[in-house]
Design a protein. Sequence first.
Length: 180
Amino acid sequence: MRIKKDDSLAVIIDMQEKLYPYIFENEKLASNTLKLIKGLKALNIEILLTEQYSKRLGSTIEPIKDVLEKFSHFEKMTFSCCGVSNFNEAMKNSGKKNIIIAGIESHVCVLQTVLDLLDNNYQPVLIEDCVSSRNPNDKRIAVERMRDAGSIISTYESILFELCEVSGNETFKAISKIVK
């Protein structure tokens, strides 16, 4: 199944200050996620952002806040983003089916969100190089489980070019520049 731009939105899950330092390969994760976000913006794809109990875990890390410009988020106490009514409302109002997923932690909030999205007839597209956990084995097992449950697994570069569809235009040039 091809992922089409007009039927996609993205969710960046819990990339927060107090979690981030403990995440496996956190600098690579942040770099990849920034490229993903910049590419999604070049494609004019809506991006939703969540924070898990920000009072305790802090705000979204600065590089991501900076690139999003208009910073707002869905505050949550549930692990799954789908446990928040205004998040579910935003998803429904978007009319999109394909949900591009990035964030932390793979085996907790990301996993539970993906499973709930599947239960609600969305098609999660997990960006494998834009998710992580403290323990790499937790990430590995979570990605396997999400794949087995029905999530599409991709990488930031692959999904950006898939959404772009054609070369030779300004969007393609912008994405090519971002992924270099």
